[in-house]
Structures are given as structure tokens and as C-alpha cells.
Design a protein around this ligand. Structure first.
Ligand SMILES: C[S@@+](CC[C@H](N)C(=O)[O-])C[C@H]1O[C@@H](n2cnc3c(N)ncnc32)[C@H](O)[C@@H]1O
Ligand SMILES: [Mg+2]
Length: 248
């Protein structure tokens, strides 16, 4: 069954079109994602390794796994996944992201299939994946439940859905909007909208409604003294990530 509406919120996608050239500048507008990358890769790789019984000490542990990076942006996650051996398709609703991602992958000697398309178009075409990476996207879509439902359609039975976003509370407002956009000026003002943030309990409920089984959640916690991000079992107050599986 196809979700009836487009998952694309045009005003959200326009924000990313305007920033497309900056994806791979570690000091540019995507500095927060560059800083977060080692921590979220830790989580992603360990979840995939556990789910598919892969040994991360081998050179290409994700060989044979088909992975969709939905809302791939410039490919900050697609590239490490390809390096680990996965067959990677990166899809984004913002056309300008695709050549930026493709040129960078080519320069890095990585074979990644980047497409300007939507999750629903891929589901309609019957595409299926072992893994759907849905990282920092759900707070930018038109309707989270329809988007998550399409992500579930895109998974093979037994597949793994990894989804990160931003919690909704006074602390996340202070950190993700006031701090990142107004104080640090990491992100252009208006990048994030408060009402689109989702609490972990709401996201778990939406994931369940979409037809997957949430199995894990962790916080991504920024330490302003060390300027490092780390994973937390307890602190999901601002950024967090979830893992869910599609019943076999
Ligand atoms: C904050 S960026 C995250 C990029 C990447 N996932 C990462 O974490 O490095 C959000 C991305 O989602 C894309 N996007 C927003 N709505 C989308 C939709 N409905 N379908 C596909 N991509 C979408 C935007 O164009 C943007 O590139
Ligand atoms: Mg975001």
C-alpha cells in the first residue's frame, strides 16, 4: 500500500537546496553533522553488525547488504557505509544535493548510487533494502507517520530501520534552535522548527504504527567542554537515535 500523500515539505527541501554546496565543508553549515558523525557511525555500525551478525574487524563487513540512505544530503553517512562494503543507494528530495554527493563519492573512489527521488517513488517502484538509514530527516518531512510507513515498505522482512531526530522540550529548544542557530550560528536561522521535533516516546509510537518493532534508543550527547559527542543510554533530551526491525 502506498502512502497517499507526498512526504516532501517543499519549504523544508528548499532550505537544503540553498545549502547544498556546503555539505563537505567541515567548517560550513553542516559543521554540527560533521562533529556528530563519529558518534552516530559508532551506533549505526554496531546496530548493523549485531542485526546481521557481521564482524566489524573484517575489511568490508557490510558486503552483500543493500542500504538506502534516505534524505542522504551530501552523503556524510552513505560514504562510510560504502567503505564498509554495503551496496549504497542515497536518495534525497533536494536536487542540488545529488551532484554534490556524487562528485565527492567519485573523488573518494566510492561507488554510490545517488538519486534525486523520494522514498514513496522508490517504494512504488518496489525497491527493497536490508537497511534504511533515516538520519536527521523525519523532523523535515511533511508527515512523519506517512514517511516512516514508506520507510517500512522499503525494508525487506527482517530489515533494520535506523532513525535519528531531535527531542521536543525546553532544553532541545535551547540547544538545537537558540544554541545552534542563534548563538553558535552553526545553522542558518529557521533550519529547525520547534513543532516538528518529536519526543522518543512519540517516535516509538509512530514507528510501531508504521509496522516496525522499535528495539533500541540512545541519546547523542554533546559535551561543550570537550566538544565531543557521545552515546548515552539515559540522556535522550536533545538528539537521539532509534533502531527498529521489520518483522520477518
Ligand atoms: C538534516 S539533512 C540530513 C542529511 C543526512 N541524512 C545526514 O544525516 O547527514 C536532511 C535531508 O533530508 C532531505 N529531505 C527532506 N525531506 C525529505 C523527503 N521527504 N524525502 C527525502 N529527503 C528529504 C533534505 O533535502 C536534506 O538533505
Ligand atoms: Mg535536522
Amino acid at each position: 500500500m502506498q502512502a497517499p500523500h507526498s512526504t516532501v515539505d517543499p519549504s523544508e527541501v528548499a532550505k537544503f537546496e540553498a545549502m547544498a554546496a556546503e555539505w563537505w565543508d567541515p567548517k560550513g553549515k553542516f559543521k554540527p553533522l560533521h562533529m556528530l558523525n563519529p558518534c552516530r557511525l559508532d551506533y549505526i555500525t554496531s546496530q548493523i553488525a549485531a542485526e546481521f551478525s557481521r564482524d566489524l574487524s573484517t575489511p568490508r563487513p557490510f558486503q552483500g547488504l543493500r542500504l538506502l540512505d534516505i534524505g542522504c544530503g551530501g552523503g556524510l553517512l552513505s560514504e562510510p557505509m560504502a567503505r564498509l562494503g554495503a551496496t549504497v543507494i542515497g536518495a534525497d528530495a533536494a536536487a542540488g544535493n545529488i551532484p554534490v554527493a556524487q562528485v565527492h563519492a567519485d573523488q573518494s573512489g566510492l561507488d554510490i548510487d545517488y538519486r534525486h527521488t523520494t522514498a514513496e517513488a522508490m517504494a512504488e517502484a518496489g525497491e527493497q533494502f536490508d537497511i534504511v538509514l533515516n538520519m536527521e530527516v523525519v523532523e523535515h518531512v511533511a508527515d512523519p507517520l506517512s514517511f516512516l510507513t514508506v520507510c517500512r515498505e522499503l525494508l525487506k522482512p527482517g530489515g533494520l530501520h535506523l532513525c535519528s531526530t531531535i527531542n521536543r522540550n525546553p532544553k532541545s529548544f535551547a540547544a538545537a534552535i537558540v544554541g545552534a542557530e542563534y548563538v553558535m550560528r552553526w545553522l542558518p536561522k529557521g533550519t529547525h522548527e520547534w513543532h516538528k521535533f518529536i519526543t522518543p516516546d512519540e517516535l516509538f509510537a509512530l514507528l510501531e504504527q508504521s509496522g516496525v518493532t522499535p528495539v533500541d534508543r540512545k541519546g547523542f550527547v554533546f559535551n561543550p567542554i570537550t566538544w565531543q559527542w557521545s552515546l548515552s543510554d539515559r540522556d535522550l533530551s536533545v538528539n537521539y537515535v532509534t533502531a527498529s526491525t521489520k518483522p520477518a
